[in-house]
Design a binder for this molecule. Structure first.
Ligand code: GTP
Ligand code: SPV
Ligand code: MN
Length: 608
């Protein structure tokens, strides 16, 4: 304790006085510490060893604690307007939840005092981004969950070594408790302590502080991820002139050895991990992975946009991951991985929807809910929870980019937006310019997924894939993005929109997706080189006839169905966007976005 820098010491002491843990453990980040922790987690029945693999573990949570809780996630600023745009009268904001710092203090005071009694408080110094990179930031998380420590050890650079680069500098304060002091007053489910009734995830922007109570799961508890890297991060980025985004980063190399880096924002569970690790099915191309979820980006002194991945591991959606769809992820998770809420097999392995063809016929499956001899035919429930995840070290990814820890970041040549759009939205199109590109980000919509508490299948607005993660007023966020248009000597990347999820009238995907998405990346690559392969459409630049490389595709695709732009659909889309912007962003909407919407409407109206 006494070796901690003074500011850190004071923060830890405050938390000890508030939460009253029985003991305190400062994480050194060593292998031995991790081994002991995993042993303890196993002894306490929180993790189960998976003997089929090396150092792999299974956690099953309380079934009431399986995803982020957006409605219990708040940003606290003195002025409400600094957190969310004032919606139109009578409309509830969908762009985040605000509470005044005073009211939030009161809420926290009802939860945190003595919340760690009988437990150990772990102090985790961690770096988001390579240690010492000028783009990196440091956090200190105090938590009473050893599962969180083991996960943070994978997801961040963690341990006392981080404190060297802190010196007198500032850090983001992160306090987390599962909210179940000992002795327990009610039994646990699956030995998973949590307090869903009192869950609260709070962010104080003015003092770079996060307090999370009651949930042990994912983005609620691994505070470096969504809370720090996106919500606090986006605010830091606005103040300091950079971007903190819900984006993957990939490297793309063609057969001539020419290389580009691309960042892409898709909403949760819409394909970032898959794209970041894809095995291209278009010969000649190589994809390398820099990050699968979050990008911190800044223009350098030459006006080149550069990105780092602030994370150190992947917290990826398990269902749908297989050797067919994502062999690189499958390779990555064979060792040193913590699985949460997946099903287990009688040979000591894991199972989830999508692995049907990859398990032996004679193994038995036990579902995430503990249903033994689970079969698809017999059971009404899925084997794995739809938001079940693997937590695995990035360093194990077979296609990890050589420059992934480069302190100055990798140069970004294109930005992609996308989502799950069953109708009307073409496979790929390019923005006319930066302003139109920002409009495309602002206009993103997608089918709801299991990564949060929403009902699936409804179409939700999810601008920039950031709706659950904005750290400040979305109108101001748009102004921040727009501000770069007028800055001198910036090499603004081209912006694209993709949709792997368009369906035919039978409800089948029109595009094979996964490794075949390399064909779309190829088109984007050639556009970065300014090849003349576009044609104008009312919504943006579409691939010229025949410019998308379809050579060697297993099954023919219906290009007309993939690329047509139905006039009625787009007139409705314009109306939906107009309503959304008017109701949700209201007076905070930058005029340029309103202008782009008007121009879109005109172009669609005047189209054939
Ligand atoms: P978060 O970690 O929640 O941010 O999700 P993500 O954006 O990383 O999504 P991920 O890559 O894990 O994919 C989520 C789901 O989408 C999985 O079930 C995938 O199988 C599916 N998916 C990914 N790419 C494609 C694609 O190109 N086509 C189709 N049809 N499905 C895809
Ligand atoms: C997401 O929901 O976008 C995730 C998972 O990446 S979580 O860490 O739970 O936010
Ligand atoms: Mn994500």
């Amino acid at each position: 304790m006494s070796q901690l820098p003074e500011k850190v010491f004071n923060y830890v002491e405050e938390n000890i006085n508030l939460c009253k843990p029985d003991s305190v453990h400062i994480c050194d980040g060593s292998q031995m510490e991790n081994d002991i922790l995993l042993y303890q987690l196993q002894k306490d029945g929180i993790l189960k060893k998976l003997p089929k693999y090396k150092n792999c573990w299974l956690a099953k949570t309380d079934p009431a604690d399986v995803a982020r809780v957006e409605r219990l996630t708040y940003i606290s600023t003195e002025l409400k307007r600094d957190t969310i745009p004032t919606p139109k009268t009578g409309v509830a904001s969908q762009l985040g939840n605000w509470m005044s710092p005073a009211d939030m203090e009161e809420q926290l005071f009802m939860r945190f005092p003595e919340c760690m009694k009988g437990r150990t408080m772990y102090v985790i110094p961690f770096s988001m981004g390579p240690i010492g990179s000028p783009l990196s930031k440091i956090g200190i998380q105090c938590t009473d969950s050893p599962y969180v420590v083991a996960s943070m050890n994978i997801m961040t650079r963690m341990g006392v070594k981080v404190l060297d680069s802190l010196k007198d500098g500032d850090f983001v304060k992160c306090l987390h408790s599962v909210g179940r002091p000992l002795p327990l007053t009610a039994p646990l489910h699956n030995n998973w302590p949590c307090d869903p009734k009192n869950t609260l995830v709070a962010h104080f922007q003015e003092r770079n502080e996060i307090c999370s109570f009651g949930s042990g799961y994912g983005g609620n508890s691994l505070l470096g991820k969504k809370c720090f890297a996106l919500r606090i991060g986006s605010k830091l980025a606005q103040r300091e002139g950079w971007f903190a985004e819900h984006m993957l980063i990939l490297g793309l190399e063609n057969s001539k050895g020419e290389k580009k880096y691309i960042a892409a924002a898709f909403p949760s569970a819409c394909g970032k991990t898959n794209l970041a690790m894809m095995t291209p099915l278009l010969p000649g191309y190589k994809v390398t992975c820099v990050g699968d979820d979050i990008a911190w980006m800044r223009f350098d002194e030459n006006g080149q946009l550069r990105a780092i991945n602030p994370e150190n591991g992947f917290f990826g959606v398990a269902p749908g991951t297989s050797n067919k769809t994502n062999p690189c992820a499958m390779d990555t998770i064979q060792t040193n991985t913590i699985f949460t809420n997946v099903a287990e097999t009688s040979d000591g392995g894991v199972f989830w929807e999508g692995l049907e063809k990859e398990i032996d016929d004679d193994v038995e499956i036990t579902s995430w809910l503990g249903e033994e001899h689970w079969t698809k035919e017999k059971s009404s429930k899925t084997a794995a929870h739809p938001n079940s995840r693997f937590c695995t070290p990035a360093s194990q990814c077979p296609i990890l980019d050589k420059e992934w820890e480069c302190p100055k970041g990798v140069p970004i040549d294109a930005i992609i937006f996308g989502g799950r759009r069953p109708d009307g939205v073409p496979l790929v199109y390019e923005a006319f310019n930066w302003q139109h590109g920002v409009f495309l980000g602002a206009s993103m919509r997608s089918e709801a997924t299991a990564a949060a508490e929403h009902k699936a299948k409804s179409l939700m607005h999810d601008p920039f894939a950031m709706r659950p993660f904005f750290g400040y007023n979305f109108g101001d966020y748009l102004k921040h993005w727009m501000s770069f248009q007028d800055k001198k000597n910036l090499n603004l990347p081209k912006i694209f929109h993709v949709n792997w999820f368009r369906k035919n009238s039978e409800g089948q995907f029109l595009w094979p997706g996964f490794g075949e998405n390399a064909r779309v990346l190829d088109w984007i690559f050639r556009r970065i080189n300014n090849e003349d392969i576009t044609q104008k459409s009312p919504i943006g630049l579409l691939p010229k006839f025949d410019s998308l490389n379809l050579d060697g595709l297993d099954n023919p695709v219906d290009l007309e169905a993939l690329f047509n732009i139905p006039k009625e659909f787009w007139l409705d889309e314009v109306k939906a966007l107009e309503k959304y912007f008017e109701e949700q962003v209201n007076v905070d909407l930058p005029p340029q976005i309103r202008e782009e919407l008007k121009k879109l409407e005109e172009r669609v109206k005047n189209s054939a």
